[in-house]
Design a protein around this ligand. Structure first.
Ligand code: SAM
Length: 282
């Protein structure tokens, strides 16, 4: 009989945010796999949890993942915890989950603290559709490419960022997205929790004056769909240009009208009327 993998979220600041289920789980598993054992020992000691603990982090996840998998196959129950929040969200856990699923080992995810979900629901930005983008890479070219790929995304965009990189990230965002609305959610669940609901240029101005401190979630308003449509239309050739180009190719009125109407997403009747007006000059 195989064991089971439990994904246990831990507080992102306020220790009272640990759930009863997580405590019960951590008390009853055979082994706890923690991202940083020193950080997690403080939490476990606080709650009087004494299960054996082992490390499982970004740079040992390959070998350690196989070791944990063998233990699970032998019937051991393992809880994965990280320094804060939900395992697998910009934190270790994802690979181990995949390995377990492949081997038919049960995986149970316990709900609990997660910085981006906490920030999103209080941001005031649309919550119906959002994209969690995690940390941007430090490589400037790749970072800008990543941002450019999101330029016309209408969903609320969510990023994690370290305080020392916040200013350069805001600068890049301003360059790519223009002066959009942004929410900076800082130090969530902690004493100096703060939501700064502002624009990219104002946020940049503020943090050039005030060095950013603490942990941040950046929530950026999605692209305005009206604006996208307008810029797409501006990029399209005009109906007159298309009619002239197709007429020069020798296209007949019926086909020409259908093609232009289809390409510009405009009613055929309007294109045909325009064609008739231009006919003498074609
Ligand atoms: N697994 C975690 C979760 O579920 O949110 C995220 C871990 S990731 C390594 C750490 C990042 O999460 C921080 O750099 C910051 O962007 C965000 N974060 C974590 N705790 C936070 C807090 N209390 N307030 C604001 N952001 C936080």
């Amino acid at each position: 009989m195989s064991g089971k993998l439990y994904l246990c979220p831990t507080p992102i600041g306020n220790l009272k945010d640990i759930t009863l289920r997580t405590l019960e789980c951590l008390q009853s598993v055979d082994l706890i796999a923690a991202e940083d054992t020193r950080v997690s020992m403080k939490l476990l000691t606080h709650f009087g949890i004494q299960a054996p603990i082992t490390s499982y982090y970004e740079h040992n996840k390959r070998e350690k993942g196989h070791y944990l998998l063998e233990k699970l196959k032998d019937g051991v129950t393992i809880a994965v915890i990280t320094d804060a929040g939900m395992p697998g969200i910009s934190d270790p856990g994802e690979d181990l989950v995949r390995m377990c699923i492949k081997e038919g080992i049960p995986v149970e995810s316990l709900p609990g603290p997660c910085a981006f979900a906490t920030a999103l629901v209080a941001s005031g930005l649309p919550t119906g559709r959002f994209a969690f983008e995690g940390f941007l890479t430090v490589n400037k070219k790749n970072r800008l490419e990543h941002l450019h790929a999101l330029k016309t995304d209408p969903r609320t965009l969510i990023f994690y960022e370290a305080p020392h990189k916040l200013r350069s990230t805001l600068k890049d965002m301003l360059e790519v997205f223009g002066d959009r609305s942004v929410v900076l959610a800082r130090e969530l669940t902690k004493k100096y929790e703060e939501y700064r609901r502002t624009t990219l240029s104002e946020a940049l101005y503020y943090y050039e004056e005030t060095p950013p401190k603490g942990e941040f979630v950046i929530l950026l308003a999605g692209a305005d769909t009206e604006e996208i449509r307008a810029s797409q239309l501006a990029d399209l050739p005009s109906a007159e240009e298309l009619i002239r180009a197709y007429a020069n190719e020798g296209m007949r009125a019926k086909e020409l009208t259908s093609r232009v109407a289809e390409e510009l997403k405009q009613p055929r009747r309007e294109i045909y009327d325009l064609y008739l007006k231009m006919k003498e000059t074609l």
